[in-house]
Each structure stands twice: as C-alpha cells, then as structure tokens.
Write a protein that binds this ligand. Structure first.
Ligand SMILES: [Zn+2]
Length: 317
C-alpha cells in the first residue's frame, strides 16, 4: 500500500534539494512501467493524468482508478495527480475519484482572472485535503507551437502564491511542452529567484526538451516537481515501432505493448537518477546504502544534500 500524498513526496524532496519525477500516463501499461521504474530506482514517483488523457479515454474515472490501484500495489510511495485541468468540474471529479492532487491551469487567463479562478479552486480543494498546483506565465507548446520565451516574474509569483494559497507553482523558465529535441535552455538564475520568492515547491513543465545535465542543474537551482511526458512517449513508441518492424506478423497487443512497457521502465529509473543529481544512472545498492548512511559527500556548493538528509526511508507507507 504505497499510495502517498503529493505533499508527502514533494515536501521532503524540496527540503533536501532533490527532484521528484512526475510522469504522464496514457494507458494502464504506462502506469505499470512508471512504477516499475520507480521501484528499480527505489524512488518515490508521481503518476499524472492530463485532461487531454482523460478526454482521450472519454472519461477520467477508469484511468484514475487504474492508476490508484497500481499506486497502492507499489513498493515505493506513489502519488496520483490530475495534470492541466482547465476547468473546476474536472478537479471536482478527480477529488471524487480519490486523486489527492490536481493541477488547475488558468494560466491562459489575464493575471487577475488567473488569481481569482485559482484561488476559488484552491479553497475548494483545501477544504477536502487536495493538493493544488497552478501555473503562472503560461509554459508554451500545448498548442503545438513552442514558445520558450515566456517567463514567470518572481514578484508576481510571490503575489500569486499569497493570493491563491496554492501548494505548488508551475513556472515558465525556458522550457516548452511536447518538444522532440533536447535543446531548451533553462534560466537557472530565474529559477533561483523564483525559489526564493514563491515560497512553495516549483514545477517544471516541458522537461522532455531539456538535456539531462540541465535538468539536474535546474533541480539544484530550485525546481522540485519535474513533469515528463513526451520523453516517455518517444521511448514507448520507438520500442513498439522497432518490435513491429522486426515482427510484422504479430497481432497480439500484449506482445508489442510489452516492448513499449519494458522500454519505459528503465528510462523512468534513469530519469529519476538524473533528478536525484546522479549521472543519469540509477544508484547501485552499494551507493544507496552509502548515501543513506551519510558516507557520501554532498554536491559541492549547491547545498544539495545527498547523505544524511536523504529522507526516503521516512516516507509514510
Ligand atoms: Zn504541462
């Protein structure tokens, strides 16, 4: 039983300067692969279901309940999150189905309207113990057009968090949704200023376009929840394509579905290693034991504790 709240995962990670991987689910096999990867990395993880995903399934409930069931059976803490809800109705549905965390995205609205709508949703959610992420600065790419020039202003971020009471803030710092190339350039100085100003965990959307080293640097600079969707889709689809090219007579979806699922799990484990500040490889059992015992040094200068500050063992079951 490893269903965790978002706060239980993100809170200790932020305090310790670690990143949390939040991976978008498409079908149940993605949820299975993401959790398998997190178990291999011995790291907590977030399964997230976007409004677009719920629309694709025709409803939120079946995929939400599937993700919750996969989470409950996991050997690591797993939170299930509604990603990019554009309406309060879907937020209410998510809460009704047992999702303890939502992103309400009114970033397309003018600032004052974004504040008003988000504050309303946040108050409703907090009355029910639901964790709320909002967005300020409109990260580009959801319309298919990359607009990595959007930037969240730190002073406005501070005002937005104070006015809305949100638990986390998605910020525009140079990434863009749905990128197939890894050439986004993040503004690390802005991330550091936003971390100081916002006072809540910061979320990066559009991470698939960011090179691994830059993702690790962005976590060190102050980002906590790192949303990753397109990268897993690339890996899943490439594996399925390769399999079907090699085995054109196959008709059983479990055969090529397995190829996709088996490719996603190690990619999740690898990315969780990146977000931990590693070199892109999951920690070995020896490294993990050494870090847990506080024998390994912290990263120089970054205040990114990886020894005694590691609090993974303290996550509630
Ligand atoms: Zn997003």
């Amino acid at each position: 039983m490893a269903l965790a709240t978002m706060g239980e995962i993100v809170g200790p990670a932020r305090a310790a300067g670690r990143g949390v991987g939040a991976f978008n689910v498409i079908g149940i096999e993605h949820a299975e692969a993401i959790v398998a990867g997190a178990e291999a990395a011995d790291a907590p993880v977030v399964l997230q279901i976007s409004e677009n995903c719920a629309t694709w399934h025709g409803a939120l409930e079946p995929i939400a309940r599937a993700c919750l069931a996969v989470a409950r059976a996991a050997a690591v803490p797993v939170a299930v999150h509604l990603d990019h809800a554009s309406g309060a109705e879907l937020v209410r549905a998510a809460s009704a189905f047992g999702l303890g965390s939502v992103m309400y995205d009114a970033s397309r609205l003018p600032y004052a309207d974004n504040v008003r709508a988000t504050a309303e949703v946040a108050a409703w959610c907090h009355d029910r113990g639901v964790w709320v992420e909002a967005e300020l600065g409109e990260v580009g790419g959801k319309d298919g057009v990359h607009s990595p020039v959007a930037r969240t202003d730190p002073d406005q971020a501070a005002g937005f968090v104070a006015s809305t009471g949100v638990d986390a803030l998605a910020v525009a710092v140079g990434s863009s949704h749905a990128m197939l190339t890894k050439d986004a350039v993040l503004d690390l100085g802005l991330i550091a200023r936003l971390r100081q100003a916002a006072g809540v965990p910061l979320v990066l959307h559009g991470s698939s376009g960011v090179p691994d080293d830059d993702l690790a640097a962005a976590v060190r600079a102050g980002l906590t929840k790192i949303n990753i969707a397109t990268q897993l889709n690339k890996v899943f689809t490439a594996a399925v394509r390769d399999y079907l090219s090699a085995e054109p007579a196959v008709v059983d979806p479990r055969r090529y579905g397995s190829a996709g699922r088996d490719a996603v799990a190690p990619e999740v484990a690898r990315l969780l290693g990146v977000l931990e500040g590693g070199a892109g490889e999951p920690l070995s059992p020896v490294e993990r034991a050494a870090r847990a015992a506080g024998l390994a040094g912290s990263a120089p200068g970054g205040g990114r504790g990886q020894g005694a500050e590691r609090v993974r063992g303290h996550h509630p079951p």
